[in-house]
Design a protein around this ligand. Structure first.
Ligand SMILES: Cc1cc2nc3c(=O)[nH]c(=O)nc-3n(C[C@H](O)[C@H](O)[C@H](O)COP(=O)(O)OP(=O)(O)OC[C@H]3O[C@@H](n4cnc5c(N)ncnc54)[C@H](O)[C@@H]3O)c2cc1C
Length: 351
């Protein structure tokens, strides 16, 4: 029986990118995923946007994480002969004069000036909006579902994937390593997103679920070459298809779509959407966020063979590649994890 270096539980963005990087570094992995089960990555709109509009500054480390993300997604495209990294500017429509003025000022300052512009565009000028718009240049989206499909195919071809629903009690830990349904590995890394809430061993780790809904629309939109955003977004993905969203809900964590979420998105986007667009599908998922809004990586406090890679939150697309680099440096070379992402920051809650 083959003995793997790592079991990776979960084939969302976290488990997929981590598995890829470990394989590239000569390690063996077996990724375990319940293919029909719910996962945030499969429903994510996949957008990346380095700017937080509320404060008009960068999201956490965005200007250093973005090039790392681009490099990894393009490496995957090349190796797996696919296309999922799409750069597309984002047009932010202002809700008031204050935010328009703030954007105008920031576009002249370094390093924001490399990312923001108020260059007019004929197509965008046709959209009715009282306070105008500004452009975020280095934005876009990853077709996450397509990328995960290609990674799964690659893993399957390399005997590194098994489709199974795995409960905590299915893993037996001993001094020799971990056994799961007849498979052996030295260690287990939990990349199971919100599924980690069912794990007793991780109950001290405050992963917080944020339900989100994304609409899929078909028809003639206003523009094809910009993501439009006014608090909600509408993202053209080609061939008269669009994604629009999204919503945040912390109490109802069911996977059922709601009329309320649909109406919230459509109402907010009314001015940015042509009447020709029709909703054809609604996708629902639970984002695995953390209390302090930082990823969660590292070792279980009393079982060094049990590890976690979670808490990617609302911006998994931009954050995950850098976290994979940090975590692989830790696993392969013993480089300490930055304290802000190390799961040991929650050890005080462990009993
Ligand atoms: C509606 C919505 C829109 C989003 N839009 C964006 C966006 O535009 N940009 C962005 O950057 N981020 C977005 N996100 C957030 C992003 O999806 C997450 O940050 C990211 O997907 C988290 O990845 P993950 O691999 O940690 O978790 P997941 O994707 O949830 O993966 C966990 C995996 O574990 C598997 N699993 C769990 N339990 C078990 C079990 N018991 N047995 C076997 N397998 C199991 C699941 O099947 C799943 O495949 C969005 C999320 C949602 C819900």
């Amino acid at each position: 029986m083959k003995r793997y270096d790592y079991f990776i539980l979960g084939q969302g963005i976290a488990g997929s990118l981590l598995a890829w990087k470990l394989l590239q570094n000569g390690k063996s992995v077996l990724v375990i995923d319940d293919v029909k089960g719910p996962g945030a990555s499969q429903v994510a709109a996949g957008m990346f946007n380095p700017i937080v509009f509320k404060r008009l500054n960068f999201s956490w480390n965005a200007h250093s994480f973005l090039p790392i993300a681009k490099k990894l997604y393009e490496e995957l495209e090349f190796s797996l002969a696919g296309k999922w990294w799409f750069e597309m500017p984002l047009a932010r429509f202002f809700g008031d004069q204050f935010t328009a003025d703030q954007f105008e000022r920031e576009q002249h300052k370094a390093p924001m000036g490399d990312y923001l512009s108020m260059e007019p565009d004929e197509e965008l000028d046709q959209i009715r909006s009282g306070f105008g718009y500004g452009i975020v240049k280095h934005a876009g989206y990853v077709d996450v579902s397509s990328m995960l499909g290609s990674i799964r195919k690659y893993l399957t071809e390399h005997e590194a994937f098994v489709d199974a629903l795995a409960n905590e009690s299915d893993f037996d830990f001993s001094n020799e390593g971990v056994v799961f349904k007849g498979f052996h590995a030295a260690e287990l890394i939990c990349c199971n997103g919100f599924g980690v809430k069912k794990w007793h061993a991780w109950k001290h780790v405050p992963v917080v679920g944020a339900k989100g809904e994304v609409l899929h629309l078909t028809g003639q939109g206003y523009v094809q070459k910009y993501i439009l955003n006014n608090g909600k977004f509408i993202l053209p993905i080609g061939k008269n298809e669009f994604r629009a969203g999204s919503t945040y809900e912390w109490r109802d964590l069911s996977l059922a779509p709601t009329e309320g979420a649909k109406n919230e998105i459509l109402k907010k986007l009314k001015n940015l959407m042509s009447e020709d667009l029709k909703v054809t599908d609604v996708k629902v998922g639970i984002r695995p966020t953390s209390k302090d809004r930082r990823p969660i990586l590292g070792n279980h406090p009393n079982n060094p063979k049990l590890k976690i890679f979670n808490g990617l939150g609302t911006r998994g697309v931009i954050i995950a590649p850098a976290m994979v680099d940090w975590y692989c440096d830790n696993l392969l070379h013993g480089t300490p994890l930055p304290s802000e992402v190390d799961v040991c920051r929650f050890n005080k809650y462990f009993q």
